[in-house]
Design a protein around this ligand. Structure first.
Ligand code: F6R
Length: 365
């Protein structure tokens, strides 16, 4: 079943190009300018009335909700709220307008997410599910939804289910944007970008050997920071979660500029920082955050866009990702941090597929 891979996690990381193809299949309009979903149970007129989205999930799924928030607000200009499913159930949040709820769950059995779904439905809201498990409890109880179609995920640490959730969030942003004010031409460009995602992920995976070597140098540390901005802030959270789950290294994710408001106190030669510094408007800002770390002797691992350069001597390790559309960037940027945490855990001789204290689906509160 492992097809020559050492662990399910490794297999599932490398399966991502195919998994993304499966999540997209049959989901673009014939004119190639938008995404379509068969199971929303909501016609265009009803969909047009939605003035707000609420996304709920736990753990890794909560991170994919945060990326969906960024892309929907950025491209469709509709406000989005994200909440931990476990908090939403008990928070009694006031809700106004005409929101549409989405619950995000790979397994479809997470009890906190199911509880949140039931609470939203009790309040009279329609709840759709983004879910990978056909016939799961969440899929059955939701009012409709989108299946991820990535096949079973065996490794406890979520990998291919996460990037597929990012893709579906990006497709949803496109769907909503094209109902509002995204042009046909921008829609076509967006669709083409999504279609290129599997190949870009394949390219990002080619860095595996290089990342493995870096991982061997990082495996000795006990604390690490992951720093990113905008749509890559949630990927920083995901990088940190993945690392702590499977290697038991203490790691935290922050928006890069938040570092100076507290976490910078942790920086010294024993606390490396992984920075996401893709090309674009905030590249220079991220570079200044790196300089602050470097000035305090913190090792710097920089994830940058292929073809870009950093000031001489700033980064101890550099990993590149291919240049891509904003909608695809979070997916592509996830690959190096999945590989990094995987190879660090292997170097530390950890039980990668079955980390201590964790279960694949959390069916208790
Ligand atoms: C992390 C991980 C967990 C799950 C979370 C929600 O790698 O797997 O954080 O993402 O328990 O699970 P689902 O998506 O099945 O609801």
């Amino acid at each position: 079943e492992l097809n020559g891979y050492a662990h399910f996690m490794e297999k599932e990381i490398f399966e991502q190009p195919a998994a993304l193809e499966n999540s997209m299949r049959g989901r673009f309009s014939e004119d190639g300018s938008t995404a379509k979903f068969g199971g929303l149970n909501l016609g265009p007129v009803d969909f047009r009335q939605i003035d707000r989205f609420a996304f709920l999930g736990c753990g890794t799924a909560w991170h994919s909700c945060l990326v969906a928030e960024h892309l929907i607000e950025r491209f469709a200009r509709v406000p989005v709220e994200v909440d931990y499913a476990s908090e939403f159930r008990y928070r009694n949040a006031p809700l106004s307008g005409n929101p549409l709820f989405f619950v995000m769950s790979q397994s479809g059995e997470t009890i906190d997410t199911l509880g949140a779904l039931r609470e939203a439905q009790r309040k009279g809201y329609k709840v759709l599910a983004i879910n990978n498990t056909v016939g799961s409890t969440i899929a059955r109880e939701a009012d409709g939804g989108i299946y991820q179609h990535v096949g079973p995920e065996i490794g406890v640490a979520s990998t291919k289910a996460f990037t597929s959730q990012l893709l579906i969030g990006a497709m949803l942003a496109l769907h909503v944007a094209r109902m509002r004010d995204m042009s046909f031409a921008d829609g076509v460009e967006y669709v083409n970008a999504l279609k290129s995602a599997p190949n870009l992920v394949r390219k990002a995976l080619e860095q595996a050997g290089h990342i493995k070597a870096i991982a061997q140098r990082l495996a000795k540390y006990n604390d690490m920071l992951f720093l990113g901005r905008l749509s890559l802030f949630p990927i920083a959270l995901e990088g940190a979660l993945k690392l702590k789950e499977i290697s038991y290294i203490h790691a935290e994710g922050y928006p890069a500029a938040e570092m100076k408001h507290g976490p910078i106190a942790l920086i010294n030669e024993l606390c490396p920082s992984v920075f996401f510094a893709p090309k674009g408007e905030i590249f220079n800002k991220v570079v200044s955050s790196m300089q602050e770390v470097k000035a305090r002797k913190g090792p710097v691992i920089a994830i940058i866009t292929e073809g870009c350069e950093l000031p001489e001597g700033l980064a101890d390790e550099v990993i590149t990702i291919p240049d891509c559309h904003e909608a695809v960037l979070p997916i592509v940027a996830t690959i190096p941090v999945q590989l990094l945490s995987y190879y660090i855990a292997v170097a530390r001789d950890c039980d990668v597929d079955k980390p201590r204290n964790l279960a694949k689906s959390v069916t208790v509160e």
